[in-house]
Design a protein around this ligand. Sequence first.
Ligand code: 45D
Length: 166
Amino acid sequence: MTYTTSNSASEMVQAFRKLDVDQQLALFWFVYKEMGKSVTPAAPNASTVSPEIAQGLFNQVAELSHDEQLQLQRDLASNKNTFITREYGALSDTTKLLFWYYLAQGMDQNVIVPFPSDYQMTEEANNLFGQIKGLDFGEQITFFRNIVAPMGVDPNAVEHDPETGL
Ligand code: 45D
């Protein structure tokens, strides 16, 4: 595989994870804005995607207040152990991607906390954004899948947490 940038795909994933949580969410948002039109999540060829499950989790988030919705997204990106982040962690990677896509659409429709119109990304996040734009569509999807896969909490991989009872 060839890339139009000097950073390899895995270096880009690492660079993404090094950003602070709000920068990750902001960058993710700008990416959605950029590629949103080319995504047709209805495409039935992704074998491991479960639209009903992504929709069900989305519906739970939609019922929360805007503050709670923002907190939930920060919790996902920072692997905080909560009821919803564990539900998320049990999804297939492509279903996770579809769930983020639903969240972004919900933000567009004001069902989910809207993105602030005046938000500025750091130079680091902006650089990474430029590199992401240089990937072709298939590479972008792989990149995002690698970003969203380790978010949340894999309920099979963690010990019982006495603090939360989860
Ligand atoms: O006030 O099923 C800040 C295919 C702080 C086909 C904030 C596919 C300040 C099969 C953090 C900035 C493979 C094409 C607020 C699927 C502040 C299939 C909040 C692929 C409010 C699924 C920021 C799908 C927030 C693909 C909350 C490629 C930001 C999907 C949230 C791609 C950002 C989906 C969000 C993408 C970004 C989704 C929710 C790129 C979502 C991006």
